[in-house]
Design a protein around this ligand. Sequence first.
Ligand SMILES: [Zn+2]
Length: 460
Amino acid sequence: MSILIKNGHIVTASEDFIADIYIEGEKIKAIGKNLSYDVATTIDATDKLIFPGGIDPHVHLDMPFMGTYSSDNYETGTLAALFGGTTTVIDFILQTQGDTLHNALKTWKKKAKGNAIGDYSYHMAVTDFNNDVAKEVVQFIEEEGITSFKTFMAYKGALMIDDGQMVQLMKVVKKHGGIVTVHATNGDMIDSLVSKNREAGNLSPLYHYLSQPEVTEAEASARFLDMLHYTGCRGYIVHMTCEGALNAVRKATLRNQKAYVETCTQYLVLDASLYEKGFEAAKWVMSPPLREKKDQNALWSGINQGLIQTVGTDHCPFLWEQKEMGKDDFSKIPNGHPAIEHRMELLYSEGVRTGKISLSKFVEVSATNAAKIFGMYPQKGTLAIGSDADIIIFDPNKQHTISATTHHMNCDYSGYEGKEIIGKTETVLLRGKIAIADDSCLLTSGDGKFVKRKAVTENI
Ligand SMILES: [Zn+2]
């Protein structure tokens, strides 16, 4: 199998030029002007942008939550991701408190095996840390190629670990070249605000938002960064939403910490005024919640200032009937929304087209930095000789409208219904095979592979 992509406008995190790309098997073999090879397929990419396949570092496929499961599984989730140009996703394995990491890994391998259409990897969520789990952490890094460990500073009794466990985990992870990631919100504060609101009969989705004020995220982010500084561990804060938390990161950079930050498309594009829409606002019940316009501005600036390295989605869709579990009580609405498909197109349309970020910054935050931070670079996340041929051919001028009637995610609504986008993923290659062309997927279940990741110690 060989493919030649001609005359595309190639964009990487550091370069931007017109050239050809020659692909043989799963890899990029040559990049240059006027390449001439005897190939099976030639693609004319004149006037098109060529990006490395996107990496979404934060998705939840087939995830158990609040007595139900997220509605996209490995098949539908990675399919929708491919349609939007995301060729690799990193999902979260959840340890059951009192059980081993390996048992959880077995469960998640079953979910993915034979189902994934796009490539995937796992973060391991440590919800119960002790000496036995510490040994498993080392095995995960050295044998399984799973080098990132998610922690929760909220959801007490199910997912949360305390600060003592956090520090001990960081020490083990640091020693073996992994990274600790965190859902940084103050769980105790949020739980008490949720209780107060329920007692007062404040039960609409608006109170989900009002129970998680900015300070709950700013406080936990600062605490996590202090613990990282104390242990010297590499760390990563997932789904950052607000100015207050970003200010804590700004302080950490003055200490030259290896601390990275992810935000998500929805926090850049949507805002908390949506919570005034009655129960329809359940569509945007996620944690942390959407914030204010001033936070959007801080996040876009944070990307350009190098305080935020990645843009993910926290894709965790639930069907409307699942959302209705919380019709009479916001605290029973499953948290999450469908997002995996439009991450790159939204970031391009709202970020690059409006002049907020450059083309190279777009590639950095949608692919390259996630590959570097999580130990997949340069196999993934760039267009270079020897890299996996995960490639997007993108039409920068094509206009389209987001709608649940046309998206590929298994969800009967969209949080962006009717939103107009400029720029569309046209053709997608996954490891040298054409995955998406002419609005159809040419790959099938089981074509997606697990990406084994490396330990990383240096700064990106
Ligand atoms: Zn998440």
